[in-house]
Design a protein. Structure first.
Length: 145
């Protein structure tokens, strides 16, 4: 399953990327964000691994592995969870000196378990809706700072 989301943010590229890559800000725009813990490698460098914990109705633990970093243009990472694996490429493009386009391309490469496979097949839009929701919340966070 593959999809792409985008949002225009009324802020300069440098500000958008700076706020986006700072893990301390994740709680400001990701519902249920609990923690981000580096596990190995140099932070924000290819090969670095970190644990991300989210808590909604249940606790979700993800392992992020950085694949490539070419910020401010883009960053690609793989996210592993016991029920699924996906890659996400986040791209940033200056539209002008005060506006930035933020694009997220997500590809789910593996689903483990009958329930998550059924959810992905029956409700693929739910995954995209969550991504777009966090992007819209990020836009509000940036524009409010």
């Amino acid at each position: 399953m593959k999809y792409s989301c985008s949002v225009e943010i009324n802020a300069p590229l440098a500000k958008v990327v700076s706020l986006w890559e700072n893990e301390e800000n994740f709680k400001e725009w990701q519902d249920g964000f609990v923690s981000y813990t580096p596990l190995s490698g140099s932070p924000n460098k290819p090969g670095a691994k970190s644990k991300i914990v989210l808590e909604d109705r249940q606790r979700i633990e993800l392992v992020e592995t950085i694949i490539s970093v070419n910020l401010p243009e883009e960053k690609t990472a793989e996210y592993f969870h016991k029920h699924m694996t996906n890659t996400q490429t986040s791209r940033f493009k200056a539209l002008d000196k005060n506006n930035t386009l933020y694009i997220s391309e997500v590809e789910y490469t593996k689903f483990n378990g009958l329930l998550i496979k059924l959810m992905a097949r029956l409700f693929p839009g739910k995954f995209e809706q969550q991504s777009q929701k966090w992007m819209d919340q990020f836009k509000a966070f940036v524009e409010g700072n």
